[in-house]
Ligand binder design. Structure first.
Ligand SMILES: *Cc1c(COP(=O)(O)O)cnc(C)c1O
Length: 395
């Protein structure tokens, strides 16, 4: 049995998406900047159509507000550095939250080394950025607010519309990292009232290595990638037409099937959450509840065990999951997100993220519910701390 429950890390690519990409490797292979012959113009026209399709599916007013990038990380880097450097004359203060993805947090740390000041907002115990904390942090030097649409570790959905109202009132540019939100909740840039929005194709069944930054017309932003005049002079590099076609197709499928997908994933998520809560003592669900939570995310802390040990034992049973720890960076530091919601280090260490996707079945969920409780029990049986707890309970 092999069960993939790490869809917040990446997703498999759909066959329809691959099919939409293939012609751009072989037939429509021209350089979209080569306008003197038909092969190039075909590529240029295809690119324009794809841009229109993406604009429509995120509710952008114009196709020329869509800028394709090489990843979600690049879109986030560009949004922050590009706005910071373009608005240096106006101010040097940026507001973000403590639970952003490292693409935002590490970019903010870089900007701090280059003369910018960053406020990292606290979140509540569910991981919610309270709009009033955003408003209270604004100074006359604030040039940018960046708050994620939904968190990739604990699934909390942020009050983006309320925060965008505040940004608008104070005439401050507002960016949101919507990488986890696409395909899991309705996303319409005009309804959300955001000036910029990042997404990444591989998080919603598209290809890796292609992302997008929506930049509302009128927003002044510096280039991150310098070179040719692609993307209306804003982002050099010959366009990855096949990748862009994949992104556009995956976005179209995600948008067309949004309601059924949300219903399906929510059911699987809730079966998983309920099953774990009923079968494993001393566990804590991290993140927000119900419809304030991404429909595909479950995140638990299990007292008296280590997240890495759970992952290894799940892997032996064929289950792919993720822990709250930043193991990707090779460090054993507990997740900054779990610390920000107030978990003590030892509990943050024993965390597990299970994220379902559109190929997850009820049988997959039931399999995890069958193998996980004995794993936690076995690990606890080896823990001296848990032995003390049992003694205390038996008294
Ligand atoms: C995955 C992710 C990113 C980075 O996207 P890549 O395309 O992998 O660079 C950024 N933000 C969030 C919230 C993510 O989940």
């Amino acid at each position: 049995m092999s069960v993939y429950m790490d869809n917040n890390a990446t997703t498999y690519m759909k066959k329809e998406v691959l099919d939409a990409m293939l012609p751009y490797y072989t037939d429509i292979f021209g350089n979209a900047s080569s306008k003197f012959y038909k092969t190039g113009r075909d590529a240029e026209q295809a690119l324009y159509k794809l841009r229109e399709s993406v604009a429509k599916n995120i509710g952008a007013a114009h196709a020329n507000e869509i800028y394709f990038t090489g990843s979600g990380c690049e879109a986030d880097n560009w949004a922050l550095k590009g706005i910071a450097f373009a608005n240096k004359g106006k101010g040097n203060h940026i507001i973000t939250s403590k639970i952003e993805h490292h693409a935002i947090l590490h970019t903010c740390e870089y900007l701090e080394k280059h003369g910018f000041e960053v406020t990292y907002l606290d979140v509540d115990e569910y991981g919610v950025v309270k709009p009033e904390t955003v408003e209270n942090a604004i100074t006359e030097n604030t040039i940018l607010i960046s708050i994620m649409t939904a968190n990739n570790e604990i699934g909390t959905i942020e009050p983006i519309r309320e925060i965008s109202e505040i940004a608008k009132k104070h005439k401050i540019i507002f960016h949101t990292d919507a990488v986890q939100a696409i395909g899991h909740m309705p996303i319409n840039v005009q309804e959300l009232g955001v000036d910029m929005l990042s997404l990444s194709a591989h998080k919603f069944h598209g290809p890796k290595g292609v992302g997008m930054l929506y930049i509302r017309n009128g927003v002044k932003i510096d280039n991150l990638i310098h070179g040719g005049g692609q993307e209306r002079g804003k982002r050099a590099a010959t366009e990855n037409l096949a990748g862009i076609a994949g992104l556009a197709k995956a976005l179209e499928i995600a948008t067309d099937n949004l309601d059924e997908n949300i219903a399906k994933l929510t059911k699987l998520r809730d079966r998983l959450i309920k099953g774990i809560q009923e079968s494993i003592p001393y566990c804590r669900l991290n993140g927000a509840l119900g419809d304030k939570r991404l429909c595909n995310n479950a995140n638990f802390s299990f007292k008296y065990v280590e997240g890495e040990s759970i992952l290894m034992m799940l892997d032996m049973k064929g289950v792919a999951a993720s822990s709250g720890s930043a193991c990707a960076s090779g460090s054993l530091d507990p997740s900054h997100v779990l610390l920000a919601i107030g978990l003590p280090h030892e509990i943050a260490h024993g965390s597990l993220r299970l994220s379902v996707g559109d190929d997850t079945t009820e049988e997959d969920v039931d399999y995890v519910l069958e193998v996980l409780p004995p794993i936690i029990k076995r690990l606890r049986d080896m823990s001296p701390l848990y032995e003390d707890v049992l003694k205390g309970d038996n008294k």
